[in-house]
Design a protein around this ligand. Sequence first.
Ligand SMILES: [Zn+2]
Length: 284
Amino acid sequence: MQELNRDRIPFPPISEAIKRHFSLGDLSLRRFGILGEDREVNFNQPLRPYLEVEILECCTCDGNDIAPNRDFFWSLELGTRIECLLAIATIPGRSEFTIPLRCLNPECKQSIEIDFSMEEFSNLQAESKSDTGTEIEIGNQRFSIRKPTGFDQLYWLKQSFPDEKSAVQTMLQTLLTEEQKATFDPAALAGENWVQMFDRAMEDIDPLVNFKVGVNCPYCGKQDSHSIDLGEFSLQRLQNAQKYLLETIHRLASRYHWNEREISELPAWRRDYYLAIIDREENR
Ligand SMILES: [Zn+2]
């Protein structure tokens, strides 16, 4: 477990209510791509929320090395899920990382790299956590909406919608407080350009879910607001970590003729050690 302690960080803050509900102690997140079970995660599944929850489940445990019930991960707010994914994806050398972007000016389109630190994202998430929800006004009605969770997302995935507006209306209704659900009048939404207002409110409420950053292009000088899909960015890094694990298994199997299970049960430091020996021999 020595190795895991080096590659483990505390789970981001979660509400006391959730802790009580799932009888959780202190949780931690570990680096992905070092244990045998990490080779089983299928990155090609069609619905991203399932993949994201599977990774969280794989990389979260309590002091007794036990992962919480899967429902715990679905009950997390989407912003917390993204914070967890980013944290797992940046565990080695997490202090600073770079996100590649492309200038939005069609005359320029140069690639730009923006430096971030996990601390910035955790602070952003912590600031937004102090509000449990937000208020929006549509057609003289004020609505209080809360932050969406994984369970909300599952519910929305199971519905089918004739158009975007009815999809957004269902999202709005799901996120209303119980009292407001009872008095909700869909007629109030007719004729209002409220979809954009709702989208803006959702961006404010959950800054990591719809992350935007202002960037000055160093090549053409144009300033633009870039949307960054932090979940997608994390998943790419995690998939690369899995590919590295699979390539390691392949190299060691080719050389030592151990099977996949035997190799994946080795601690990562020993796999790396054998790889270094193979490298030395190949470069001799
Ligand atoms: Zn540019």
